[in-house]
Write a protein that binds this ligand. Sequence first.
Ligand SMILES: [Zn+2]
Length: 505
Amino acid sequence: MFEDLLFPKNRNKSGNLLKINTFQHYLYKKNSMKSKATSSILIFLLLTHFVSANGDHSDSRNTASEENSISVNSDGVNPCISDLQYSILESRIKENSLALGRFSYLHPATENTITSLSWPLRPASNLTDCSYYFISAYVDQDTAAGAIRDFNCGNNTYDSHRGTDISIWPFNFYKMDNNLVEVIAAAPGTIIDKHDGEYDRNCAATSNPANYVLIQHADGSYALYWHMKNGSITSKAIGQSVSVGEYLGVVGSSGSSSGPHLHFEIWAGSTSATRLDPFSGSCNTLNASSWWAAQKPYKETAVIKASVHTTDAVFPACPATETSNQSTSFQVPFQGPGLSAGYAKFYAFFRNEVSGLPATLSILNPNGSTYLTWNYTSANDVKARAWSWSKVLPTNPGTYTFQAIYNGITCSSFFDITTSTGINHTGISSDLKIYSSIENRHTTFELKHNSIRQIEIFNILGAKVFSMEGSSSAMEINSELTGGVYFYRLMDANQLVYSGKLFIQ
Ligand SMILES: [Zn+2]
C-alpha cells in the first residue's frame, strides 16, 4: 500500500495533458521493513490557473516535487526507536540516576505534573527562510497492530510511533550539513543520558543507534531528543542541567531514520510505557491536557519559503545533499541552464497544502507595483510540497520582490536585476529621503509630501526583520540590526509603496 501518491491529472486550456518534468518521488510503503523506494514519475500541472498581466510569461518547465514522506519512518518493525533501544534507554536511566544520586521516577506522572513545553527546534541565526519544518508523524494513539490514529483523529502517524516527528524542510540534508536547524531544550531539566558519534545520513528505518539527548524535568517527566547529527550533541555532561531553549544538538538522520528529522518523545515516568502525547485532542487517550505552552495547530498551512533560482533545484536521492540553485541576483541578459532565455525558476514551498486553497504568487517591481502575478490552487492535501514556475525575469535594473501568499501568510524574497554596467538600483524617489546616523545606527525615513504609514525592513533573503507603523512624515528606526545590506518597503498614507536597498553600517 502506498500513501499520498500524487498524480494530478490536470489539463491545460486546450485540454491536453502536459508532460512537464520528472522528479524524485519518495514512496512510503507501509508494513514493510524496506519502507521506501525512490521512483521517477511524471507530473502534470494545471496551467489554467496561470494568469499574467501582459501575456504568457510561463514556459513549459513548471514542476512540482513532493517531500511529504521523506522523513517518515515506517512501522512497528523498525520505528524511530526500537524496542531494544527503549529497553537500553530504561537501563541507562536507572544506572545514570543511581550514579547521580537522583531519584528515578518509576511511576507515571499524574495530570498534576505537566511540564510546559516550548518548541524543541529553532532556526540557526543564518537561516532566514520563512519557516523550516513540517510534522511528518504524530504519536500513534491506536494500540491495535496495523491501525493508526493521531491525537486529532487523523492519520498523520505510523503504527506504534511513540513520539512526534518534526522534519526539516526544504533542502533537509543541506540544512543538516550547514547546522541550520538546532534542537533546543523544550523545558528545563537535567541531562540524564546522551549519546553521540553515530552515522547520521540514514535513509531508511533500520536498527542503527542514534545520537540523542534525554532530559528529566523537575516533575519527573522526560523528554527524548532523537536522530541528531553526528558530533553535534551538547558538550554538557550527564547530570548537568539545561535551561529552556538551550542548545542540545543539530537535526540529523542518525538511527532508524529516513531523513533529517527530530523524533521528540515525552515520558511521564522513567519507562517508555509511560509515554505521553504532548498534543491534546479528542483522540489523545494518553493524557487529557496539552503539554505545550502554546500548542500549534494540527495543520500549519503556510508557504514557508519563496525563492528565485537560476534553474531547477536538484533534489537527489537520500542521503545526497540538495542543490538549490537559488540566487538573489540576475544579470541581464540572463540565461539559466536549461531554461528559455530570460527566464528564472520561482519556487514556493508549501507546508500542509490544502485541497482547493489558492495561493497567489507575485513578482513586484522595485516601486511595489505588480510586474507579474499568478495563482495556484492545490488539488489535494499534502504535508509538504514544492512548486516551481518558469517566469520571464524583468529587465529593468532594480530590486524586485518575489512574494507568495497562502492561507493568509506572506513569504517573500528579494532579487536584484543588474546589467553589465553594474547599475543595480533604479534610485530613490526624490520624495523620500533616507539618512543614517553612524554613531547610533539609527536610520531616518522622511517623506516630502505625505505621512508614512508603515516601514518594513527585510534581510537579504527576504525575511522581515523589522516593522513599524506610524502617521508622521519622518520616522526613525532604532533597531538592533547588525550591519549589512537590507531592503526597505515604505508605504505612505495613500498606500503608495517605496522600496529599495538599505545599507546599515
Ligand atoms: Zn519518530
